[in-house]
Design a protein around this ligand. Structure first.
Ligand code: TYM
Length: 345
């Protein structure tokens, strides 16, 4: 890697939501369009992460292609030498580095990961896979193989990003600086601007994250939702009885979430959007404005999605996977030498 690397991945385990879009996809596409040339942009599909919780395996291939199409529709250029689009499992070094890092990771450390605790509480102990437990280690390998400095992710992934920093520092302390440590989270926020660390909430239950694996889907806007159905979800979003629009995520999580979504859709600062509606009492009128904006956004996005060429995606995979394998194998070899699996220089 001769250029600094910006990297992110979005799992192919369901359709993506507007949370995924604003939390990770859009920041990454902006980076790709503004910074390729100066930076290398690694956008990948963490297909090995896709079945840490049970999925229908007959659908995985289709989901992988679908996600890549969503990336392209969001504006990821497919034919730029500095922009890599690849599938994690096509670069075997990801699995191999994971095993090595596993042996330097504490069981207690993984058990404290909030996402693991939440998901395992939901699924029940008997059905929790070692893969789910171990998932942050694979994520760290994804980042460290390419020496990525910047990793745009939503708020729910920040603890995992912190772990990638911890494990790289641990390996460096033990084996003399063989890995690039991702920048601290505050520096990442500075680099990406305000969007970093975003958490869009579920419309029906705004105390929880909007999640693609939510069973009912009632409070979730998927990028492929029918625009008028999505507008209906906004119209029935849970709010409060204060009859006054304010950005106050603790006391008014529903209205605050809608303000945040509107600001993101319009590309305006949240403060400006709040100022425009502050104190207004008609939630119905405000929801209509947000609903129309959501429907307009989805209509435009889906038109772009229909135009994406699968051949262009496959060509980008093939070109990128060649480069990714080369770069990842170099890092892996350095680690293998350090831990004694390969002869040293
Ligand atoms: P995943 O697939 O669950 O989510 C993809 C990205 O979307 C963000 N996100 C959100 N952002 C704001 N509001 C929300 N409601 C919301 N829901 C999801 C997530 O924070 C994430 O950035 N482990 C990762 C994928 C991954 C990865 C990596 C990311 C694997 N390896 C290496 C970065 C670097 C995951 O499961 O994200």
């Amino acid at each position: 890697m001769t250029k600094p690397v910006i990297l992110t991945g979005l799992r192919a385990n369901n359709n993506l939501t507007i949370g995924n879009y604003f939390g990770a996809l859009m920041p990454m596409v902006e980076m790709a369009n503004q910074k390729a040339g100066e930076y290398q942009i690694n956008m990948f599909i963490p297909d090995l992460h896709s079945f840490t919780t049970p999925i229908n395996h007959d659908e995985l291939q289709g989901q992988i292609m679908h996600n890549a199409r969503l990336f392209a529709a969001a504006g990821l250029p497919l034919d730029h030498d500095d922009i890599l689009l690849y599938r994690q499992s096509y670069v075997p070094a990801h699995s191999e580095l994971t095993w090595i890092l596993d042996c330097f990771t504490g069981v207690g450390e993984m058990g404290r990961m909030i996402e693991y605790k939440d998901k395992s509480a939901k699924i029940g102990d008997d059905r929790v896979s070692v893969g789910l437990f171990n998932y942050p280690v694979l994520m760290a390998a994804d980042i460290l193989l390419y020496g990525a400095k910047y990793v745009p992710v939503g708020e729910d992934q920040r603890q995992h990003l912190e772990f990638a920093r911890d494990i790289s520092e641990r390996i460096n302390a033990r084996f003399h600086d063989i890995l690039t440590v991702p920048d601290p989270l505050e520096k990442q926020t500075e680099f990406f601007g305000k969007g970093q660390g975003l958490r869009i909430k579920d419309l029906a239950d705004p105390t929880k994250k909007m999640s693609k694996s939510d069973d009912s889907g009632k409070g979730v806007i998927f990028l492929t939702d029918n625009p008028s159905e999505a507008a209906k979800k906004v119209m029935s979003a849970t709010t409060d009885d204060k009859a006054s629009i304010n950005y106050n995520p603790i006391e008014q999580p529903g209205i605050s979430n809608l303000l945040q979504i509107l600001a993101l859709l319009r590309g305006h600062p949240l403060d400006d959007v709040e100022a425009a509606y502050k104190g207004q009492s008609s939630y119905g009128d405000f929801k209509r404005i947000v609903a129309d904006e959501v429907a307009g956004f989805l209509t435009a996005f889906q038109a772009k999605l229909a135009d994406v060429s699968d051949n262009a995606i496959i060509a980008a995979f093939e070109r990128s996977e060649q480069v990714a394998n080369q770069q990842a194998n170099e890092t892996l070899h350095r680690v293998q030498q350090a831990v004694g699996l390969r002869p040293r220089g």
